[in-house]
Each structure stands twice: as C-alpha cells, then as structure tokens.
Ligand binder design. Structure first.
Ligand code: GDP
Ligand code: MG
Length: 164
C-alpha cells in the first residue's frame, strides 16, 4: 500500500503550491486569498530520486470568508488529515512568522506521534534564511523551502523520502 503524506497548515501558507510542485502538475488551485482549497485533494508523488511513489493530501477546507471559527476549522482539517496520513508536512509561512495556530497544530502533531517535518515556506532564496529563526521554537525537524521558486525542494524531498 502507498504511504500517504498530508500537507497541513494555515490558509495561504502555500500548501497547494507545494502540492502542485511535488506532484509536478497543477491539480490544486492556488490563490492569494485564504481558503481556496475547500476539500482535500489527493495526488501521487513520483520522486525523481527513484524512491517509491507516495500519496499526497492537500488540505484547505476553510469556511467561506467571514463565517465562523477559522482556528477550529484549521484544527479539524489537520486532525482529519492526521487520521489518514503516515507522516505530515506542517507548512508555515516564513514571511508572516510564527502564529499561535501553528503552535497549536504543532502540539497536536506531537501528541499524535506522527512523523512530522516542519516546512518553512516562502523562503525564496538562501539570503532569506533568517526568516526561519522564529520557527525553531516549535522544536521540530525543520526545512526551509520556496514552493513557488523551488528553493530547498530537493533537500525537502530527501527528508520526506525518509518517512516512506
Ligand atoms: P494554501 O492556502 O496554503 O494552499 O496556499 P496557496 O498555495 O494557495 O498559496 C497562497 C499564496 O502564497 C499564493 O499567492 C502563492 O502564490 C503564494 N506562495 C506560495 N508559495 C510561495 C513561496 O514559496 N514564495 C512566495 N513568495 N509566495 C508563495
Ligand atoms: Mg490551498
């Protein structure tokens, strides 16, 4: 059976952009407005390294803007995705910095015992590595990437393949 890896994180951090880069297609809709990925999207990743293919789940599922409890919704999504995943990529936004929701999701992930890699996205080149400083506080294995530019993706895939 295929291993499944879930992308979890707040809206607009770049999960769908990362999903599309990993599956090398444009299946997930990306948008500069939060909340565009309303349901889970499944894709197949075929690593260039020749490592075994794995399933990838993109999550989103925000309620329509202005409606309700954002945080609860993110947590629900995260918990559902955790239930069906063998490992998780927790995606955060380097430009926005560490948010309270990131901390809560990180805590849940730790409690779940699932292998997790913290993916600090929107680090669009090595000169932006200082943006990652805050995130060490989460105490997780961490890698910085640019889902839209490709920076760090190769290294990230090497780490992800260790989950398989
Ligand atoms: P999601 O809500 O987490 O799925 O986020 P999206 O993938 O839809 O991306 C949200 C916004 O962030 C879009 O405008 C993307 O173009 C932008 N974005 C995603 N990844 C990067 C990145 O690595 N660098 C920069 N600068 N912008 C990014
Ligand atoms: Mg999305």
């Amino acid at each position: 059976m295929l291993a499944t890896i879930a992308l979890i994180g707040r809206p607009n951090v770049g999960k769908s952009t990362l999903f599309n880069r990993m599956i090398r297609s444009n299946k997930a809709i990306t948008h500069d407005q939060p909340g565009v990925t309303r349901d889970r999207i499944y894709g197949l990743v075929r690593p260039r390294s020749g490592a075994q293919p794995f399933g990838l789940v993109d999550t989103g599922g925000l309620v329509p803007e202005g409606d309700g409890d954002f945080e609860r919704d993110i947590m629900d999504q995260a918990n559902e995705a955790m239930g069906e995943a063998n490992a998780v990529l927790l995606v955060v936004d380097a430009r926005e910095g560490l948010m309270p929701v990131d901390e809560r999701v990180a805590r849940d992930l730790r409690a779940s015992g699932l292998p997790t890699l913290l993916v600090v996205n929107k680090v669009d080149g090595h000169e932006q590595e200082s943006l990652t400083a805050d995130f060490h506080a989460l105490g997780m294995d961490m890698i910085s990437v640019s889902a839209s530019h490709g920076y760090g993706i190769h290294e990230m895939m090497d780490r992800v393949e260790k989950f398989l």
